[in-house]
Structures are given as C-alpha cells and as structure tokens.
Ligand binder design. Structure first.
Ligand SMILES: [Fe+2]
Length: 142
C-alpha cells in the first residue's frame, strides 16, 4: 500500500536539541512535512505544491535563525560555513525536485522521502551536535 512507502514523520524526544525555539521550529518543519504527506495521499497536487512552498519558506526562515543563533554563541566560522552549506544544499535539492515534479507531473513522493531522511539525519547528527558544543553540554564529562 502507498501508505507504507509514505510514513508519517513521528516526532520523538530523540530529535530534541534542548533549545526550545529551535525544537519548536523543527517540529513545525515536521508538521509541514506531514501536511505534504497528506496532500500526496489525497492526490491533491495543489495542496502538495502549496506544502512544498510553505516548507521552503519556513526552512529559509528557520535556517537563518539557526545560523544566527549559532553565530551569536561563538560557533567557529569554518563550522558555521559548513553547517550553512548543508542548509543550502538541502534548499537547492528541494527546489530542483519541486521543479522536476512541476515539469514531469511528479507526485511529490521522492521529494517527501528526501525531506524526511534529510530532516531526521540533520537534526540528530548536525543540529544536536552543534547545540551540545555551543552550550558545552558535554563539559561535565571532560
Ligand atoms: Fe541545521
């Protein structure tokens, strides 16, 4: 069944970075991802396209916030640049996939799959690590 290929993104505490505003923004990204999923399951191409546009706009806002949060807390420039490049690569890929779906009448499933995988991976590996370092949450072990 299609639903099996299109799982709901379930938020769990494993995704929490511990910074309230960043966590809330991540949850909003997850909510928009799930709206896209519902639109795809309904074959509602207008809602799908709207969800992708909302996602892109909210991701831009969130990435800018997260990068300035990290800069304000002294993230070294090289690490900041690397993190920002990952955000940009994601935004570029989503844009390219949305354009391809538009050209080829795609159903958005590949974009949804990439979105889920990237978000989960980036939040757990990059964002949580960034917050841990900047707030010295590992300090007690040293
Ligand atoms: Fe990030």
């Amino acid at each position: 069944m299609p639903t099996l290929e299109l799982p709901q993104f379930e938020w769990s505490e494993g995704f929490a970075c511990g910074v309230d505003l960043i966590d809330r923004q991540h949850r909003n990204l997850v909510d928009i991802t799930n709206l896209l999923r519902q639109a795809i399951l309904r074959d509602d191409t207008v809602s799908s396209a709207n969800s992708v546009e909302s996602l892109q706009a909210y991701a831009r806002y969130h990435f800018a916030y997260e990068e300035s949060w990290a800069r304000d807390r002294g993230m070294p420039q090289a690490a900041l640049d690397q993190h920002a490049r990952r955000h940009q690569a994601f935004a570029d890929r989503i844009q390219a996939m949305a354009e391809q779906d538009g050209r080829e009448d795609g159903d958005g499933r590949a974009l949804h799959r990439y979105l889920c995988t990237w978000l989960a991976d980036h939040i757990v590996k990059d964002d949580r690590e960034m917050v841990r370092r900047l707030l010295h949450l590992d300090g007690a072990k040293a």
